[in-house]
Unconditional design. Structure first.
Length: 195
């Protein structure tokens, strides 16, 4: 539900959880069933990506990056708790930067119900409160108005425009860049780490 501040507050129901190896079946079904829908918003993927083995490999790589502190890989859940997409904090950088990039996809049939907005809100909380980050960023191709709206509802602000930023759908495409800062972030002391 929208708040007076213009930010979005989702229900007190979890909309994401840590990805597990057991999610490979449902994710393989989702990427196959949504291959055409997601093609405009994603990098070109090899055919192996759209298999059970391919999704198992993607999950294993994500969990390895998670163990290294480089990624927070999660799945997006619908109102019944079924997996309907993925959301990650990618490229987690510590030190003086304390930042990560938010990336997600949602199955076509799950769109328009506020699930992406709720999942991004939850990941903002994970990034700022659980991970102690100072900054989250995200980028979309200019035509992806729905994702831009999700980011704006979650307090992200547009801060830039990057020409030919990322190869999406087989060609280098411009991206609108967004960020959200953790205004409550405090410099960690050398003994206790991030707040």
């Amino acid at each position: 539900m929208p708040l007076a501040s213009g930010l979005w507050q989702h229900a007190a129901v979890l909309t994401t959880r840590l990805i597990t190896p057991g999610d490979a079946d449902v994710l393989a079904d989702l990427v196959v069933g949504n291959r055409e829908f997601l093609a405009s918003w994603e990098p070109v993927r090899p055919d192996s990506y759209f298999t059970l083995a391919g999704q198992a490999e993607v999950i294993a790589e994500s969990l390895e990056r998670s163990e290294q502190g480089l990624q927070v890989p999660r799945v997006i859940l619908d109102e019944a708790g079924a997996v309907v997409g993925r959301i990650n904090l990618n490229n987690v950088v510590r030190g003086a930067f304390q930042s990560a990039s938010v990336g997600y996809w949602l199955a076509e049939e799950a769109g328009g119900r506020g699930l992406a907005t709720a999942a991004v809100a939850e990941m903002v909380s994970v990034g700022f409160h659980d991970e102690g980050l100072h900054r989250l960023e995200a980028g979309t191709i200019p035509e992806n108005i729905r994702s831009q709206s999700v980011l704006l509802r979650n307090g992200f602000e547009q801060y830039g425009y990057a020409p030919r930023y990322l190869s999406i759908a087989g060609r280098w495409q411009d991206h609108v860049l967004f960020q959200r800062l953790n205004e409550d972030w405090a410099q960690p002391d050398e003994h206790h780490g991030p707040p």
